[in-house]
Write a protein that binds this ligand. Structure first.
Ligand SMILES: Cc1cc2nc3c(=O)[nH]c(=O)nc-3n(C[C@H](O)[C@H](O)[C@H](O)COP(=O)(O)OP(=O)(O)OC[C@H]3O[C@@H](n4cnc5c(N)ncnc54)[C@H](O)[C@@H]3O)c2cc1C
Length: 494
């Protein structure tokens, strides 16, 4: 197996888009098959050598950044094994790029509906973080598309699980391995919020055991192969950028589009795939890429919808009525009706997180952004809290994201230590507010190393200890993904 030790060569594995500093490891291993990986992990476990699993390195929380031990990269597990057109299923290895998978599916007339937004993420990374994309408004997060996982556990044992195969119905339910070993999983008592959620381990009585391994951030197993559900490629998708003079109009527009999209009758033809928000500062960043962004706009909404034939006209008509009702710039609304144009819009939307990450890097501090989602009835309360605190602080920031799911990312962009401290306080304030409103501290990015404090706000110290007990049941020597989700103290390691 290829193992690289030259620090100049492997330094890139000590980074992700969190800009968290100080990562280090002795070496990076590049296993090529599951047998080699299994033997390697078995030996590391015997020597109690920490392993950090690396996917595409696009995570925002420092979760693939090692603080000691070794890194295992999944990049050689890069095969799309099968795409079954009739069965609407794909079998893929963990190192396949999101973009390659999307393209291959579409070539066969199929669609990976949840489509995590960042093209260079690995599919294994998206399962390990339960990632979402802008389209999770209609299609949901990665979790619901995962039908089967093949993994290497901390002991080196290979473990495969299918959805529906093992339901954890009791406080101490069992996972049975091929070797005959039975692992008792101590199900926690904490209650997950009723919103889109990727914070800590998925756990509830009666849950499918496969769900424990989705969103586990490399702390419970190394995912090697996945079976993912697909759908038929929609005949057409159109998308639009709608600009507003008043940000409150954009919030009301999004709220009505959300409600109409959820209406089962779809009488008015509005059925969004994504409803995305950009505040004034996010628009400033977009204006640097395209000067056509209206100068007097203080907010924008990007939306997408499937459409075909007569329905398309009806839908476009209904959207135009909504745009007009909420005082948007009707004459300066951008609509993409062709696939090429739509792709340009999607890239334009994606330029926001990319630009923000560039600024974070330039400023030299770790990424300080929220990943909060709250129940729909509390969303305006949360948005007002953001707006008030950001105005008072006067620190550079940009707010964008998945307003359809009551989930926007507030990005604070401190330029010095003083601003950093204030930004950290503001983020914590937002987290406390979200928890009080019944929301989550992480709706899609996970906890990693930079949001552990937030998770404790959400589930309390006992909740953290409950997660640590699950980890110790599956990884008694605590070698996988150390420092992710909870600190070493929770594992009794310091
Ligand atoms: C510009 C930009 C936009 C983004 N937009 C979104 C978005 O809209 N929605 C969203 O959800 N995320 C978004 N992200 C975040 C990121 O793309 C996701 O978190 C993604 O799922 C990370 O995948 P990765 O392969 O890069 O994982 P990495 O960053 O390499 O790792 C992430 C975590 O997964 C673990 N891991 C990786 N592979 C495996 C494996 N095979 N087995 C077990 N554990 C593993 C790692 O140990 C780590 O804990 C964005 C990132 C960027 C840079």
């Amino acid at each position: 197996m290829l193992i690289k030790k030259d620090q100049d060569v492997i330094r890139g594995y000590f980074e992700d888009s969190s800009n968290l500093k100080g990562g280090h490891a002795d070496s990076v291993a590049f296993p090529e098959d599951i047998t080699a990986l299994s033997e390697f992990v078995k030996e590391a476990n015997q020597n109690k050598l920490p392993i950090t699993i690396s996917g595409g390195g696009t995570g925002t929380t420092g979760s693939r950044i090692p603080f000691g031990g070794i890194v295992v990269s999944l990049e050689k597990f890069n095969k799309i094994i099968e795409i079954s057109e009739g069965g609407f299923r794909a079998i893929v290895q963990a190192g396949v790029l999101v973009e390659d998978f999307k393209n291959e599916c579409e070539r066969k007339g199929l669609f990976y509906a949840c489509y995590p937004t960042e093209k260079t993420a690995f599919l294994g990374g998206t399962v390990a973080t339960n990632a979402s994309g802008s389209r999770s408004f209609k299609y949901g997060s990665t979790r619901i598309y995962v039908e089967r996982l093949k993994m290497v556990l901390a002991s080196g044992e290979i473990y495969e699980i299918k959805r529906g195969q093992n339901l954890l119905t009791k406080k101490y339910s069992t996972i049975r391995l091929d070797s005959g070993q039975e692992i008792k999983i101590p199900l926690p008592a904490y209650k997950m919020p009723k919103v889109k959620n990727s914070a800590g381990y998925f756990a509830r009585t009666g849950m499918d055991a496969i769900d424990l391994f989705i969103g586990q951030e490399g702390t419970l197993s190394i995912i090697v192969e996945m079976e993912l559900g697909l759908t038929k490629k929609p005949p057409k998708i159109f998308s639009s950028f709608v600009f507003f003079k008043e940000y409150s109009d954009s919030w009301n527009f999004a709220a009505e589009a959300r409600t109409l999209s959820k209406d089962k009758n779809k009488a008015d033809g509005i059925d969004a795939l994504s409803i995305e928000y950009f505040d004034e500062n996010a628009l400033k960043l977009l204006r640097q890429k395209n000067s056509a962004v209206p100068k007097d706009a203080s907010a924008a909404i990007f939306f997408e919808q499937e459409a075909a034939g007569a329905d398309e006209e009806r839908s476009v008509d209904s959207w135009l009525k909504l745009i007009s009702k909420h005082n948007a710039f009707l004459d300066n609304t951008w609509v993409a009706m062709t696939e090429k144009m739509r792709e340009t819009f999607t890239q334009f939307r994606h330029a926001i997180p990319e630009s923000i990450n560039e600024i974070v890097k330039r400023n030299g501090f770790r990424k300080l952004s929220t990943d909060i989602a709250v129940p729909e009835s509390k969303f305006l309360d949360m948005m007002r809290c953001y707006a008030g605190a950001l105005k008072r602080a006067g620190i550079e920031h940009a707010v964008f994201g998945h307003i359809g799911e009551c989930h926007v990312h507030v990005n604070l962009l401190p330029r010095d230590e003083k601003e950093l401290k204030i930004s950290e306080e503001i983020c914590l304030k937002f987290v406390k507010k979200a928890v009080a409103l019944g929301g989550t501290v992480s709706a899609e990015h996970g906890i990693g190393k930079t949001r552990r404090e937030y998770l404790e706000e959400m589930y309390g110290h006992e909740g953290i200890l409950e997660m640590a007990r699950i980890k110790k049941a599956l990884d008694p020597n605590c070698v996988l993904g150390l420092d992710n989700i909870f600190p070493k103290e929770a594992l009794g390691l310091v």
